[in-house]
Design a protein around this ligand. Structure first.
Ligand code: KIV
Length: 267
């Protein structure tokens, strides 16, 4: 791994060379420093910050101001990784003008390198406009959590022939509109493979099988910190949540029993 800042060009070279792209979500400075030092290629300041850190039921209530706040802390911590800011629900759907103003805030105020928008055909004109004024756009197809109420849940997408054809077609149109990469969430592995083979831009999978050009997970899921809900695709690399709880219990016990602070921690 070299220490040069990852750019859009790095990502397309990685696809061309068959080198997998790594991405994890990040919502704060401390995690950003840790991820960057570990050598992650991309960080997504996802609107999943709503469920994971802010205590909302889903991503729908997340505001532009909340996203900008979290993006600012993440970009201060990362030297190498490419940072993508997730545009929250209703920040790009009302009009292209509003989408431009809000996407512009991510770049000007929060210093991210790109924004991510959920959706296919319905956002093509918005993507074209953003790219034309210099704002790189990442697409997001398959399970799109901001449409939770239309789909009635977080089920698999692209399971039927019709839905799978639509997702493939949307992916091609996003590429034509100028998106530099697409997140594919919770779709059959075969469909993700077909999309990946058909596109020049990198696909980043989450619950979309091994044949995408890269993978993304919610960091707090893979660390075993977010216990409320863990999807099948979220492999746990640790049980940090359990470890943290044990540390808190040990501290409580030691303070109550006057074992802490000992001589060693006193003046
Ligand atoms: O908000 C988010 O974390 C995301 C990922 C699940 C791709 O959009």
């Amino acid at each position: 791994m070299d220490n040069k800042k990852v750019t859009i060009n790095t990502l397309s070279e990685m696809k061309a060379n068959g080198e997998k792209i790594t991405m994890l979500t990040c919502y704060d400075y401390l995690m950003s420093v840790l991820l960057d030092n570990a050598g992650i290629d991309m960080m997504l300041v996802g609107d999943s910050v709503g469920n994971v850190l802010l205590g909302y039921e889903n991503t729908l209530p997340v505001t532009m101001d909340e996203m900008i706040h979290h993006c600012k802390t993440v970009t201060r911590g990362a030297k190498r990784a490419f940072i993508v800011g997730d545009m929250p629900f209703m920040s790009y759907q009302v009009s292209i003008e509003e989408a431009v103003r809000n996407a512009g805030r991510f770049i000007k105020e929060a210093n991210v390198q790109a924004v991510k928008l959920e959706g296919g055909q319905e956002i093509l004109e918005t993507i074209k406009k953003l790219v034309s004024i210099g704002i790189p756009v990442m697409g997001h197809l398959g399970l799109t959590p901001q449409s939770l109420n239309v789909f009635g849940g977080y089920g698999l997408r692209g399971g039927s022939q019709e839905e799978s054809a639509k997702i493939l077609n949307d992916a091609k149109e996003l590429e034509e509109a100028g998106a530099f990469s697409i997140v594919l969430e919770k779709i059959p592995a075969n469909l993700a493979r077909q999309i990946t083979l058909n596109l020049k831009i990198p696909t980043i999978g989450i619950g979309a099988g091994v044949n995408c050009d890269g993978q993304v997970l919610v960091t707090h899921d893979m660390l075993g910190m977010f216990e409320k809900f863990t999807p099948k695709f979220a492999k746990k690399y640790a049980e940090i949540g359990k470890e943290m709880k044990q540390c808190f219990k040990d501290y409580i016990d030691e303070v109550k029993s006057q074992k802490f602070p000992s001589e060693e921690h006193s003046y």
